[in-house]
Design a protein around this ligand. Sequence first.
Ligand code: ADP
Ligand code: MG
Length: 614
Amino acid sequence: MKPEEILKKRWGYDSFKPLQREAVEAGLAGRDCLVVLPTGGGKSLCYQLPAAAGKGLVLVVSPLIALMDDQVAAAREAGLAADALHSNLKVGPKREVYANLNSGKTELLYVSPERLLAGDLYGAIAPRLILAAVDEAHCVSHWGHEFRPEYRRLTEALDLFPKAARMALTATATPAVREDILKQLGLRSPEILIGHPDRPNLVYRAFPRRDQIKQVLDTVQRHPGEGGIVYAQTRKDVERLAKKLKEEGVACAPYHAGLGAAERQQAQHDFVNERLDVIVATIAFGMGIDRSNVRYVVHANTPRSVEHYQQESGRAGRDGAPAECTLLFSASDLATHRWLAKKDIHLSAERTRAMEKQLKDIGRYAVSPVCRHGLLASHFSAPYPPEGQQSEGCGACDVCLGETKGLPEEEARLTAKKVLSAAWRAEGRYGTGYIVNLLLGRPGDRVAANGHDQLKVFGILKEAGEPAVRSWIDQLIVQDYLEVTEESEYPLLRITAEGRALCQDKGTVRLGLPVQGKAKKKPKVLKTAAASFAPSDEALFDRLRAVRRALADKAGIPPYVICQDATLLEIAAVKPATPEALLEIKGMGEKRVQKYGQLLLDVVAGKAEVPQAD
Ligand code: ADP
Ligand code: MG
């Protein structure tokens, strides 16, 4: 069977996503390859499809047991003979896995690195192995953010199977990590398949933070009943936000390293199984979350790097349907990151420099009034728009949607000069609040007392209002025109040499502002399934979701493993009446139609009993 035919029959998809076909063909032809595709790019299929081709066994090394179990469940839904071997397996199931292996039934075997390195699998695997895939391959790299020492030893094990092709897969696109993967995994003249890092289905927004809970709620309340993740900086932030959201009636739970393992596991489990809509978390939450229908990720605080942001925001919309990612920026978060990093360990000069650059980069991302898809792409050295695509703005970020406006060049320069001269006048002896008072013309406790109400800059930005002035100060900090010094007890705001040069019209500056009252549109999730989606279709979609959840509960697997939201949306819009019509729906392969077809058709026809959502 041709790869296309297998794709249609097993997964119900009509076409490959970018580079999937190339990866599949390399795997089937016995060539090594490196696959770099963004989250949601469909990496699993690159090794799962060769397993479905009937040529032999595919082995997958995967770092997390939770991920493995979900992947096995999903592969089985597509009709593959898939199993996993890891330390959490009970004796009975383990025996079954071995029996399947020894009888040659297994098509796809997931193993943890430890399990593979134990060495006892050789006899069962070697004769039939055609492909060894290493998923989340960035774990071999010290440069990545999830280094796993056992990954470094994988080549020892892989070298035992010289005839099997090797495939390394990751979403991490930095060249250093890529090089490390090639070297550490011993890829032999590999084909290198690097996809574009852009996630076109994500709407990116970055706003100055003013009223954290209000701004978070603004996004959460646009998505009632849908899955979302709210990231905050510290455990305290997490607890506070989770409490507030609960008070607002949002089904949510906190998640951070200070909670007990059982509590964390429960929160994760409930979220994955759609019993909770929102998780409020520190970055401890994420790896191992494969819930594909996360509709939004809000960063209530600034993340520590663009790489972290890409990774964390990337958990939205893995199913390819529209999703939103909002970042609430404050320069004070950057100071907290510095403080947290230095609190526990002494950082080398090199590490400190690297950290400062990362903080600067994420700050620039957050405050530049420039297309955010473009900024992210350029951070990862990719062209934007991707080659062969139209430009005219992405249409999917706050800047291109007109929710944030850049000030015209002259106005930006003039405004920056006003802010900077206030800081200059204050001689670096005061904090941000003081400069804000000065610019807004508020005598405050000290401005007048110091005689600063006589300065020309006093009240010079009165019209602009406090939020704008505060945001401009932040914007000037990340552009290096102002700096916050922590030499005294309180953080002080000081003009830099670059800032003084700008006051003499040397250098360029960008300033932006959120546009007040601009209605934020919810991404049109429902529109993607079909051009017309009536309210009655939406009701049918809700019924299909309830049925899916009941099925998932019974099988002990997450709902999105049964099938994707997009598939249910298409069913709700198209209303298939026969199994043949159901097979035409994207994501309905033969096995799924066999297993669930009649029930889904009955729901569409109004003949099935639908469990009540609780
Ligand atoms: P990654 O591991 O790259 O983050 P996954 O392998 O989890 O991505 O796939 C993301 C989603 O894309 C899954 O829901 C998967 O079913 C879907 N998908 C994969 N290949 C295709 C395809 N060719 N057409 C449509 N959807 C696909
Ligand atoms: Mg994956």
